[in-house]
Design a protein. Structure first.
Length: 202
């Protein structure tokens, strides 16, 4: 039987393990990594903020333009993941929370940077043809209805619980990887256990 190891226990590793489990049902799959509920993946939250992160300092940066160019693909990917998890029965509710992102600024604000930040979002939305709602009043507001949020703890805990029932989840970090003459890989974990694998995803 083909043996595959995924190294890591954060969001990327869990999503990767989910995909590998779906595509390689007949393989022997291992997920390595200590369960750390206070890791960056769990603590930061999954913020689906792209346009709302634009400001006067980064609006012309190549990375910002790249993110805005492929913004719709990123948002669609979250929808696809949500549908995939629901179809598998891993979750029975939407992972997408809230009704959108609102940015507000007082109409009589004297903060120049704050004003430029607000104006940068409007400029970026026009440049990349992104639909936003602009409400003027005592507080000028921008509303981006498709930039919602995800409860990362719920999402990752749910995926992890599903994976534990489907593959071998080892609560230990990898300390070394060695390549054999036949091209296979030997992984040694923190418990000094060594296992031979055909493929390793890091």
């Amino acid at each position: 039987m083909n043996k595959i190891a995924i190294v890591g226990r954060g969001s990327l590793a869990l999503i990767t393990a989910l995909e590998v489990e779906r595509e390689f049902k007949t393989s022997d799959i291992y997920l390595y990594g200590e369960q750390q509920k206070f890791s960056a993946s769990y603590a930061a939250g999954a913020m689906i903020n792209i346009l709302s992160e634009i400001d006067c300092f980064n609006i012309n940066h190549p990375l910002s333009n790249w993110k805005l160019k492929y913004r719709s693909l990123a948002l669609n990917a979250w929808e696809e993941l949500n549908n995939y998890l629901n179809n598998l029965g891993i979750i029975n509710q939407s992972i997408l929370k809230g009704t959108g992102t609102e940015i507000s600024i007082s109409s009589d604000s004297k903060n120049i940077v704050e004003k430029k930040y607000f104006e940068s979002i409007i400029e970026a939305s026009a440049r990349h043809k992104i639909s936003i709602e602009h409400i003027e009043g005592p507080h000028n507001k921008l509303f981006i209805d498709d930039e919602r949020s995800v409860d990362s703890k719920f999402l990752l805990n749910t995926i992890e619980k599903y994976l534990i029932s489907k593959i071998k989840c080892v609560n230990s970090n990898i300390v070394s990887i060695k390549t054999c003459s036949n091209g296979k890989l030997v992984l040694k974990d923190g418990k000094n256990d060594e296992i031979l694998f055909d493929q390793v995803v890091i």
